[in-house]
Ligand binder design. Structure first.
Ligand code: SF4
Length: 686
């Protein structure tokens, strides 16, 4: 394998924050990766990587990649650093952390990480063990996913749903607030196959996305009113006698209360609020109810509203009412992530019992506010950032950057590139790419588990997260053996599970095959016979648990935002060539995405005296950015769209869409109402 000139083939998997978890094959020669391509044998990802990852080798070998530790030698944010050794970097961190723990308490240290790496042990493993022992502040990592999960749990007791591959059996697929063709590319062939077999594809989205344009029917709902649309659908379904009475009586609670609630939501009464014609709502409800099987596919978009959890809670009532769960390919399909994690030995991996005492939890959404707080006790003195770039991805970007600028804050960033956040760091540490470390990659978009095997040696002095935490543990004087376990030992622990769906999925079998499907019947229907894991054991159309928590026990509209600054509701979304802030450091991705734009309907362009292509100021209560005005037919009047990610604004400053977004808590689940941002757009005079 290591002989000169011999081609080595290594199986791996993409670890990006994406539901598809593509299986890939790396070819190396003389220790250099020479080719990377999708594994053609993988049944879901079918040998295709996306526009970003097709160029992954240029990311791995990019000249700007961090190769060794750096220490800041200029003002914070100026990007002035000097090379130091790993030993010096670790000693700097240990000295600061030990003095912070002594003088301010361990909770003055905040580790901040997110989904920048979705591999199991590089996302969470030795880090969590070390943090439990130290007693540092814990981070609530719930800016994405938790809201939707909580909402679904309120109705169906878990986030479990239809296996995405089973969508081929659906006859009516509703893509609700998800741009499949851009963010969940490999699901589209499954949907196309269903369409070839006669399925109708409907998209509910305020934006005419690429997916909406490719669908059979696009319903451009007003942002945030999806709950009301779903309530009106239930109104029609009940009024027109389309309820599956058998299924509901056997497997649901609270039908009568729900029927009374939705009586007021006739299509005519919600038409103005939702922006949809009453006739379209009627037709949508009946088509959905009559098609067997029908399938709802909400993914990420909905949860970024303040009523995000209620959106999922309410949508989840629809397949219960129609009995769609009975049919193969019927029901609701969202993330498979929690489902996969529930089968792994996560307690063995994370060892939460190591915590000596409860420590405070800080919501990642509030980082800017917490860093700038004068009342938080103890204040955050040290910040360790890995798997994330909070200076770009969090709301209230101006406040986050203000906090990072604090002279008395000691910030360490572990990453592949000098990210926006790293520019403010005191110490920067080089991280490995997915080609350079071992990991298991569960998927949140299908039922395959993949092993990512390292194909090449780490670039320069870069280390994987697991190795970083071994080094930190050592320099902090820890000697507990479980802080120094190898990556293989960590994975073996995680795979020590007697879950029937994990039978035969071991490190050895994954090494032999690269990826394996969860062990369940091909025709697997999670709630065909009820069995909802709620307190009542039934789908809870009315929930005693919610009522006890002081929440609305029934599905409802939730808190819908109705306007603010300039009345334009700002929606942001992913683009083809960036993955959040990832790839923004690389040509040709940067060139393709260009500079920050704002899309507006022609009416809004005219109303404000703007012109297509002109530079404009976009202003919200939180901040402002400059952007290029783009007249667009994708958006409806009163709605604006901007891309998220690491784009520079039109003035060449690295300010992004999150300069405009607030850190508004969602109804429950601890997320952030990014999409409840209202802006004004003004011409910039010379
Ligand atoms: S980002 Fe998503 S679509 Fe692209 S290669 Fe990775 S898993 Fe596949």
């Amino acid at each position: 394998m290591t002989e000169t000139g011999l081609l080595k083939v290594v199986h791996g998997a993409c670890g990006h924050d994406c539901p598809d978890t593509c299986a890939w094959i790396a070819e190396t020669r003389d220790g250099t990766a020479v080719r990377l391509y999708g594994d053609p044998d993988h049944p879901f990802t079918r040998g295709v990587l996306c526009a970003k990852v097709n160029h992954y080798l240029s990311r791995v070998y990019h000249p700007d990649r961090l190769q060794y530790p750096l220490r800041r030698c200029g003002p914070k944010g100026a990007g002035q650093f000097e090379r130091i050794s790993w030993q010096s970097a670790l000693q700097l961190i240990a000295d600061r952390w030990l003095s912070d723990m002594r003088d301010y308490g361990a909770e003055s240290i905040l580790p901040f990480s997110s989904a920048g790496n979705q591999g199991l042990i590089q996302h969470s493993s030795l880090d969590q063990r070390l943090f439990s022992l130290l007693g540092v502040s814990r981070l609530e990592r719930n800016i994405c996913g938790a809201v939707a999960h909580e909402g679904l749990c309120a109705t169906q007791g878990s986030g479990v749903g239809v296996n995405p591959e089973e969508l081929v059996h659906s006859r009516y697929i509703v893509l609700w607030g998800t741009n499949t063709l851009v963010t969940n590319l490999h699901l589209w062939p499954v949907i196309q196959e269903a369409r070839n077999r006669g399925a109708r594809i409907v998209v509910v989205d305020p934006i005419r996305t690429k997916t909406a344009a490719a669908a059979d029917w696009h319903l451009p709902v007003r942002p945030g009113t999806d709950t009301v649309l779903a309530l009106a659908m239930m109104h029609v379904i009940i009024r027109e006698g389309r309820v599956d009475r058998d299924y509901v009586s056997q497997h649901a609670t609270g039908f009568d209360e729900l029927a009374a609630r939705v009586e007021q939501y006739s299509p005519a009464s919600v038409s103005g609020l939702t922006g949809l014609a009453a006739g379209d709502i009627e037709r949508f409800a009946l088509e959905y109810a009559d098609a067997k099987p029908s399938l709802l596919r909400p993914l990420i978009g909905l949860e970024h509203h303040r009523n995000g959890a209620m959106m999922f809670r309410t949508l989840a009532c629809l397949p219960v009412l129609t009995g769609a769960w009975r049919y193969r390919g019927g029901g609701l399909s969202r993330s498979t992530g929690a489902f996969q994690f529930s089968m792994l030995n996560m307690d063995g991996l994370l060892m939460p019992a190591l915590a000596q005492r409860p420590t405070r939890s800080l919501n990642m959404r509030d980082l800017g506010r917490d860093l700038c707080s004068t009342t938080l006790s103890p204040g955050i003195r040290s910040l360790l950032v890995y798997n994330s770039n909070p200076a770009v991805s969090l709301p209230q970007q101006t406040l986050v950057r203000q906090g990072l600028q604090r002279d008395d804050l000691f910030t360490v960033v572990h990453d592949l590139f000098l990210t926006d956040t790293a520019m403010y760091a005191d110490v920067v540490l080089p991280a490995t790419s997915q080609l350079e470390h071992l990991d298991l990659v569960p998927s949140w978009g299908h039922h395959y588990v993949s092993l990512n095997q390292p194909a090449i040696e780490p670039s320069g002095e870069s280390v994987a997260n697991t190795e970083l935490f071994r080094r930190l543990a050592r320099v902090l004087g820890r000697t507990e053996p479980y802080l120094f376990e190898s990556d293989e030992e960590l994975l073996s622990t995680a795979l020590q599970t007697d879950h029937p769906m994990m039978q035969g999925i071991t490190l050895d079998s994954l090494r032999a095959h690269g990826w394996l499907h969860l062990k369940h019947a091909e025709d697997w229907r999670p709630f065909a016979d009820g069995g909802f894991p709620t307190r009542s054991g039934k789908a809870e159309l009315w929930s005693a648990r919610l009522e006890e928590q002081g929440l609305d026990p029934l599905p409802g509209p939730g808190e819908i935002q109705r306007g603010g600054v300039g009345q334009l509701q700002l929606i942001s979304g992913k683009t083809l060539h960036y993955l959040n802030s990832g790839y923004s450091h690389q040509e040709p991705h940067r060139r393709r995405e260009g500079i920050l734009q704002i899309e507006l309907h022609a009416e809004d362009v005219a109303l404000r005296g703007l012109q297509d292509g002109m530079q404009v100021l976009v202003r919200s209560q939180q901040g402002e950015v400059t952007a290029i005005c783009c007249r667009s037919e994708r958006v409806q009047p009163g709605v604006a769209w901007m891309p998220f990610g690491g784009l520079s604004d039109a003035a060449g400053v690295r300010r992004h869409v999150n300069s405009l977004t607030p850190e508004e808590p969602t109804d429950w689940g601890g997320g952030s109402g990014f999409y409840d941002t209202f802006v004004d757009v003004l011409a910039i005079s010379d």
